[in-house]
Design a binder for this molecule. Structure first.
Ligand code: C2E
Ligand code: CA
Ligand code: CA
Length: 634
């Protein structure tokens, strides 16, 4: 209690000193006052404490506020960024609320819906109907998005087409917070051009660039399908393998551009002779195929082929020059020939070769016997490669006799394949195959070396100065490296090249005339002699007989063999001898099998004879014997 107040009370109450009650009362007041004092001190302390705490909280709040502001700025930036992205996206993006009302959409989406800016700004409610109105094939779309109806949190990806014939790819993703759906976003990308490009690439991979016809790979697919359908419906599939005759000539004489035009025109002509379901394709070069489905009668196939061959008869003009298209067609049928598309093509191809062999501009059905021969040729192909590696060839020699004095004037070297020590294979059984598979070059190489080596060995023997003729395939003669190869071998063996004679068939002269003539001139520069072999069986054009610098004309043995009992053959042989002599050739007859024919030929003026009557082709040892015998007889 305040000391002044206490002293004042004590002074005034001193007279009631003994009054205990008042004393107690004063003590009580004093106590209360004392208590109040303590409370005030406590309050003071509490107040000081609270104020500190408040300051602290205040500071923390301030700090939080600053942080929040930063966060808010960050979020605002993020939203602005996302909005920019959203607007810049070329994909149409829609955000729907759970009631299927469009809440947000970007510019691409506005364009997609064909909406006016006014509508957007008017605040009009944009429902999902606006979106659905743009779509076609709603049933397909509805199927695609059934998942969403089953599960509102599902993500969906799919495609739809629009009324303006565009194709879109879409993604639909739910908007979810803590498992609660609050909307759905749709992103729609226009893939029309992508699809078009894909289709274009696919088309290019399956079509030939020049004619735009299906190429081999597509043809195989279509053919496979046709074969399966044929089996199911019990009908046949016909496959035509069509090869232009002498297309190379067009290309060589008129140039590739005209050649291309020719191919396109040819393809169009075939196309126009087919009905809508039939398919034509180009395998490459001048080879085409036609797939004929649903064939019940073979006559139907023949009718189409005849239509094609007839259309070829219409002339085709290249720079005012008239050309006639002609083609050879091979036919195979499924199921009888095969139910494999590759096999069917192979067999039609083989039949086409038969059509070529039958004089071109015609057709031929696949023939099983032919197939056996072809399979055999595959077998021979492998063995022949082996034979070349192993050097399993020998030469036999057939003497050529000068008909004026029966002297030995030369030999024809004829190759044989020594397949096993006891088995000789004759050239007719392997040269064709070697010409087709390219092995002929190796064989001719062997022939040239062997011939030169032999001529060298004969120097200083009874066979010295005997000329040796070699059969050169048209393929070898066409090879630009052939002449060099010949000169090289001659140099290597250092032989007298005037003893070499090349027998060429007429087909060797059909290539580019200028280059043929150049080759002939080069060979002549080394004194190598040249003969036309098998004369009378090919085109027997007199033009090259006149223009080319050749030495011998060899009448084909079929005419000479026929002279026995066929007057016509006799007449032909006589005329060939006359023509040959008049054009300055030395005429050679092969295939002389009797004394009478030999005498007859000699009488007609034929210079040289060759045949079984004088000698069959024989080994080198027997040839020496033959030469001695002749000398003994002289
Ligand atoms: P080619 O050039 O017409 O050769 C003549 C063929 O007629 C030879 O058959 C020969 O044996 C046969 N011959 C000869 N005289 C008579 C006869 O009086 N009567 C009968 N019926 N036939 C006779 P070869 O040796 O089987 O040769 C067949 C063909 O193979 C040759 O026909 C030739 O075109 C080709 N050839 C042979 N050797 C080679 C070669 O080394 N290279 C090339 N590319 N072809 C060759
Ligand atoms: Ca010959
Ligand atoms: Ca011949």
């Amino acid at each position: 209690m305040n000391r002044l107040l206490k002293r004042l009370i004590n002074r005034h109450l001193s007279k009631y000193d003994d009054h205990q009650e008042i004393k107690d009362f004063i003590d009580g007041i004093e106590n209360i006052l004392e208590q109040q004092k303590e409370e005030r001190v406590f309050m003071d302390r509490t107040l000081t404490l609270s104020s500190n705490e408040f300051n602290e909280i205040n500071a923390s709040l301030k700090e939080n506020l600053a942080k929040n502001k930063k966060n808010q700025l960050y979020l605002e930036k993020l939203i602005a960024k996302q909005n920019a992205l959203f607007d810049a996206s070329t994909e149409a993006i829609f955000s729907f609320n759970p009631d299927n009302v469009i809440e947000k959409l970007n510019q691409a989406a506005i364009d997609f819906l064909n909406l006016d800016a006014k509508v957007i700004n008017s605040g009009e409610v944009l429902t999902c109907d606006l979106f659905m109105d743009r779509l076609v094939n709603l049933e397909d779309f509805s199927k695609d998005i059934q998942v969403i109806r089953d599960n509102e949190l599902a993500e969906v990806h799919g495609f739809f087409d629009t009324v303006d014939q565009r194709t879109y790819e879409f993604y639909s993703v739910p908007e979810v917070i803590d498992g609660d759906l609050f909307g759905r976003v749709w992103c729609c990308r226009d893939i029309t051009d992508v699809r078009k490009n894909e289709a274009l690439l696919k088309h290019q991979a399956n079509h030939d660039a020049l004619t735009d016809l299906p190429n081999r790979s597509l043809i195989l697919d279509v053919l496979n399908h046709a074969i399966k359908m044929g089996q199911r419906h019990n009908s046949k599939v016909g496959l035509l393998f069509i090869d232009l005759d002498d297309f190379k000539k067009i290309n060589d004489t008129a140039g590739h551009q005209e050649g291309d035009r020719y191919l396109i025109e040819f393809a169009n002509r075939i196309q126009s002779s087919l009905k809508s379901g039939d398919i034509i394709g180009r395998l490459g070069g001048d080879e085409f195929v036609v797939i004929l489905e649903d064939i019940t009668e073979i006559s139907h196939v023949i009718k189409i082929i005849e239509r094609i061959l007839k259309l070829c008869k219409v002339p085709f003009y290249i720079k005012d020059k008239k050309y006639y298209m002609s083609c050879s067609i091979g036919v195979s049928l499924s199921p009888e020939d095969s139910i494999s598309s590759e096999e069917l093509i192979r067999k039609a191809d083989m039949a086409m070769y038969q059509a070529k062999g039958a004089g071109k501009n015609t057709y031929h059905f696949f023939d099983k016997e032919l197939d056996k021969i072809a399979l055999n040729s595959v077998l021979i192909d492998g063995q022949l490669r082996e034979a070349i590696k192993e050097d399993n060839f020998v030469l036999h020699y057939q003497p050529k006799i000068c008909l004026k004095d029966n002297s030995l004037c030369g030999v024809e070297a004829l190759i044989r394949w020594q397949k096993t020590p006891n088995e000789l294979v004759y050239p007719d059984d392997f040269i064709n195959i070697a010409e087709k598979n390219g092995l002929i070059r190796d064989i001719t190489n062997w022939l040239l070396s062997k011939a030169c080596q032999t001529l060298k060995q004969w120097e200083g023997t009874s066979l010295a100065n005997i000329s040796m003729s070699l059969n050169i395939s048209a393929i070898d003669f066409a090879d630009p490296l052939f002449i060099e190869q010949v000169f090289q071998v001659i140099d290597d063996h250092k032989i007298n090249s005037a003893l070499l004679e090349f027998e060429l068939t007429e087909s060797s002269f059909f290539n580019d005339i200028k280059s043929v003539q150049e080759k002939i001139t080069k060979l002549k520069s080394k004194n190598i002699k040249l003969a036309i072999d098998d004369f009378g069986t090919g085109f027997s054009s007199f033009a090259y007989l006149r223009d080319m610098e050749l030495d011998f004309l060899k009448i084909d043995k079929s005419f000479v063999l026929g002279m026995h009992d066929d007057e016509k053959s006799k007449a032909i042989v006589k005329s060939i001898i006359d023509v040959g002599i008049n054009l300055g050739f030395k005429v050679v007859s092969e295939g002389i099998e009797s004394q009478s024919i030999m005498e007859l030929l000699a009488k007609e003026g034929c210079h040289i004879g060759q045949g079984y009557h004088m000698s069959r082709p024989i080994t080198e040892a027997l040839l020496f014997q033959f030469a001695h015998d002749i000398l003994d007889n002289e």
